[in-house]
Structure formats: structure tokens, C-alpha cells
Design a protein around this ligand. Structure first.
Ligand code: PEP
Length: 256
């Protein structure tokens, strides 16, 4: 039995129209969800408002996949936390490896976004993770330490408790290659130790750390059995209701 909040989060990336998003949520709601997990779905900006309306009254939380740290301004193509809130977002994914690697986001920029989200009451899911090259060069712990310390710079203990961390090895995202549950657990333990050294053991023990990287119905249970893995962040397998629902119900539950 997990003592920390168990979070099953979907990241739809650049998939689904408004109508597809609504149908997905209605179907998922009709299936009944595991009452012991929190369900998060990060939808495209265009579907935020409709998806959050569709999910009203359910335990599904709808959120976004990115935001700018400024409240408003001349930032063509960007979106602010204030706008996300207006559209019904309850959380936001920040620092996803696709944002870091395809769009050049730095730890410093991500740190500003984390602070801006917290200020507005939008829960950040902060993503960290090493590339294959960094792993092969034995730099994984250095990379994770640097990402965690920089992205969480200036964050108070109280604020930390509102954040979800997602450890997502870049080499496992969208590749079909999952970290073994033991590899993932080792890194989760390392991250919790780091959080503990900066913010104290009590805060570190309360933080949910999710694993992401080719999570599927078949590997969810083994990952979730690990002591320091408190949830999963799911890309590809969150796109169909059937596979996402299987991940949510990774263990037999008593349906209500
Ligand atoms: C992700 O987008 O965060 C992710 C982990 O993707 P996938 O599950 O497809 O590897």
C-alpha cells in the first residue's frame, strides 16, 4: 500500500482534436476509475477548456503540457499560466524532454515557469531525465542533480510539497525501451535523497515521483511495485482509452 499520492498521468502531446478529447474523457469516466489513484491528463491547449468541462464532477484532472512564465506580453505563440487557469487547467507539465531538446528550454527558464505556476496555484509536473549518451558516460546522477537543483532553485519546502516530479530517461521516451523497474527505482531513490538533503526528509518523503518512458499496461505493475515509484507519466499508451484505463487499473480493484 502506497502512502504517497499515486498519480497516473497521461501526456497527449500534439494529438487529439477537441471532439476526440471530449469522447476520450466521457469513455474513461464511463469505465470507472481506480479510486486509489489520481488521474491527470495533459491535453493540447485547444482542448483544455472542453476537456476540463467534460471531466467536471469526476476525479480526472485536466492540465496543460507547457506554459510561459510571464503573465502576458509580446511572446508570439506562447501561453501564460493565467490563460491556462482561464481554460480550466489544474496542472502543467514543465521541462518535458521534448521541450528541452526540440525547443531549447533551459533549466533556468523551467525554474521560472515552475515558480510562475506555483504562484497561480497550477500544480507543476517537473520532468527530468538523462540522455542515452549521458547514461553511457555515467553522468546520470550529475544530470539529475543539476536539473533538480536548477529547476527547483528558490523553491520553499511548502512549495515543494505541491510539485510532482517525473523521472523520464530521454532514451526511454517514445522508443519502446523502458528502464527496468530496478533502474528506475535506483534513480527515484537518488532523487528522493537529493530532495531530502535540500528540503528535509519529511518533505522528500511526501513528494510523489512518477516514472515516464514507454510505460504500457504490461510494465506498469512492476514499476508501481517499487518503493520510490509513486506513479507514471504516460505518452503513447495514454492515447487510447483502453490502454490508459488498463494502466490506471494496474492492480485488481474493487469497483465502486
Ligand atoms: C512522455 O511523453 O512523457 C512519455 C513518457 O512518452 P512515452 O510514454 O510515449 O514514452
Amino acid at each position: 500500500m502506497k502512502t504517497r499520492e499515486v498519480v497516473i498521468a497521461g501526456n497527449w502531446k500534439m494529438y487529439k482534436t477537441i471532439e476526440e478529447a471530449q469522447s476520450f474523457i466521457y469513455e474513461l469516466m464511463a469505465m470507472g476509475t481506480n479510486p486509489t489513484s489520481s488521474i491527470y491528463i495533459a491535453v493540447p491547449f485547444t482542448a483544455l477548456s472542453a476537456a476540463s468541462t467534460a471531466a467536471k464532477g469526476s476525479s480526472i484532472r485536466v492540465g496543460a503540457q507547457n506554459m510561459h512564465d510571464a503573465t502576458e506580453g509580446a511572446y508570439t505563440g506562447e501561453i501564460s499560466g493565467k490563460m491556462l487557469l482561464d481554460a480550466g487547467a489544474q496542472f502543467v507539465i514543465l521541462g518535458h524532454s521534448e521541450r528541452r531538446h526540440l525547443f531549447g528550454e533551459t533549466n533556468e527558464f523551467i525554474n521560472r515557469k515552475v515558480k510562475a505556476a506555483l504562484k497561480l496555484g497550477i500544480r507543476p509536473i517537473l520532468c527530468i531525465g538523462e540522455t542515452l549518451q549521458e547514461r553511457e558516460e555515467n553522468k546520470t546522477e550529475n544530470v539529475l542533480q543539476n536539473q533538480l537543483e536548477s529547476c527547483l532553485s528558490g523553491i520553499s519546502e511548502n512549495e515543494l510539497r505541491k510539485i510532482l516530479i517525473a523521472y523520464e530517461p530521454v532514451w526511454a521516451i517514445g522508443t519502446g525501451r523502458t528502464a527496468s523497474s530496478e533502474q528506475a527505482e535506483e534513480m527515484h531513490r537518488f532523487c528522493r535523497g537529493l530532495l531530502s538533503s535540500k528540503w528535509g526528509g519529511e518533505a522528500a518523503e511526501s513528494i510523489s515521483i512518477l516514472y515516464g518512458g514507454s510505460v504500457k499496461p504490461e510494465n506498469t505493475r512492476a514499476l508501481m511495485e517499487q518503493k520510490n515509484i509513486d506513479g507514471v507519466l504516460v505518452g503513447g499508451a495514454s492515447l487510447t482509452v483502453d490502454s490508459f484505463n488498463k494502466i490506471i487499473n494496474y492492480q485488481p480493484i474493487n469497483r465502486y
